[in-house]
Write a protein that binds this ligand. Structure first.
Ligand SMILES: [Zn+2]
Length: 419
């Protein structure tokens, strides 16, 4: 045998060894970074409500299919008995945390990552903590540094939610400057917020809507605060455009007409407004969710379009707690799990015109939540410390943001420790 033939045979042997032994051990396991297997997928955008595996590669949803082979993924999560959903969107939060006052660069706003992932939330929308004057500070100190995706509704007040007289200054409510900032940062700014105004004028609402029209984004209204109250019917039927949002739907505070009147009847224009496209958002908060409003309203056919927390230090340490607790409340008040998930994923994504979010289509960003629906006896508390009992509670088991595990309650994505 000559030297060339020996070399060729040796090369053949090496190649054969690679194919036979090394590939099955290592290379095939690189198809996916993460596989969530054996769970029940609820993906309202794609009309999926059943057993389905979800595979992730490079931060994107790579495959959604009935039976994806476990050996194809580097990390496999067993989600048997659990629900897989798109990462939750909470479209009413306050995250402009800092050393300033109230909610604008203030101590009442909370840093996002500490309060989102544990509840399955991957996207928050800070509504109105900042205005056009201090948005860039918010972006630098919080938005750009957070793992949670932080989107923003700019306050119509230039200085945002600094509280007191700052938020009553009509001279600082400029539609054009607000819209200009929204357009300049359209990857982050998705709406305009009007809140806390305690005067008899409609100007803040009108300027908010004007800014929203100029930038082609929705407006969210935290309404009221003046006696006699401004007409809620006029707001919902005349001032707001379809797609604009009333938050604190189930609140009853001084200065705002409640949606359920003293006789326990849902005001008829509320359903009419929802039919014309006005969005009813929960915005639970520390003072804006009452069972005496929510239960009769839902019994009379009003479901919220979007479920949200109004997260800040005041609400999270009260009856609100976190997003999964607020979702659980609605699960126990008559919405089914599919409706609760839709109102916390795909519906809010559409409301903020970010249809790239809130679903697990192949190619979408891999923001995923895994929940257990616990059964037992649980207590739920509103903002006046009234308690109701429920028998179901959502517990967030696992949260994936941008393809990476960011919360894992029982370590189901970790390897088992061996001595
Ligand atoms: Zn709020």
């Amino acid at each position: 045998m000559n030297c060339a033939v020996v070399k060729l045979r040796l090369l053949g042997l090496i190649l054969w060894s690679l194919v036979m032994f090394i590939a099955p051990l290592g290379l095939a396991a690189q198809d996916y970074d993460l596989l969530i297997k054996g769970g029940h997928l609820i993906d309202p955008k794609n009309n999926i409500d059943g057993p389905m595996d979800v595979a992730v590669l490079d931060g994107k949803i790579a495959s959604v299919s009935k039976n994806i082979e476990a050996s194809t993924a580097e990390t496999v999560v067993d989600a048997t008995g659990k629900y897989i959903t798109p990462g939750i969107l909470d479209i009413h939060t306050h995250n402009f945390h800092g050393r300033g006052t109230y909610l604008a660069d203030g101590f009442l706003s909370v840093q996002p990552d500490g309060f989102t992932f544990k509840a399955g939330v991957t996207t928050v929308v800070d509504v109105g903590s900042s205005g056009w004057r201090n948005f860039e500070q918010f972006k630098t100190q919080t938005i750009d540094k957070s793992k949670t995706r932080v989107l923003v509704f700019l306050n119509i007040v230039g200085t945002g939610m600094k509280g007191g007289s700052w938020e009553q200054d009509l001279n600082d409510m400029d539609a054009r400057l607000t819209a200009n900032t929204a357009k300049k940062f359209s990857d982050v700014v998705v709406g305009v917020k009007v809140a806390h105004y305690a005067g008899p004028e409609w100007d803040p609402v009108e300027r908010g809507v004007e800014a929203g029209t100029l930038a082609d984004i929705p407006v969210m209204i935290d309404f009221g605060g003046v006696i006699p109250e401004l007409s809620l019917e006029t707001l919902l039927m005349e001032k707001l455009r379809p797609g604009d949002i009333l938050t604190h739907t189930f609140g009853h505070v001084k200065g705002r007409i409640p949606i359920v009147n003293e006789d326990g009847n849902l005001e008829p224009y509320v359903k009419q407004a929802q039919e014309r496209g006005v969005i009813f958002d929960v915005g639970h908060g520390g003072g804006s969710f009452l069972f005496e409003q929510a239960i009769p309203a839902m019994e009379q056919g009003l479901q919220p379009n979007t479920i949200s927390t109004d997260l800040h230090t005041g609400s999270m340490n009260g009856g609100m707690k976190d997003m999964s607790n607020v979702m659980s409340k609605f699960l126990n008040m008559g919405m089914n799990l599919q409706e609760v998930i839709a109102a916390s994923t795909w519906k809010p994504a559409k409301v903020i015109k970010r249809e790239d979010l809130g679903h697990l289509s192949e190619g979408a960003v891999a923001d995923i939540a895994v929940f257990t629906v616990r059964e037992g006896t649980f207590g739920f508390v509103d903002v006046r410390k009234n308690r109701t009992a429920g028998n179901k509670k959502l517990e967030c088991e696992l949260t994936v943001r941008d393809g990476k595990v960011v919360h894992d309650l029982n370590g189901i994505s970790s390897q088992v420790w061996k001595k």
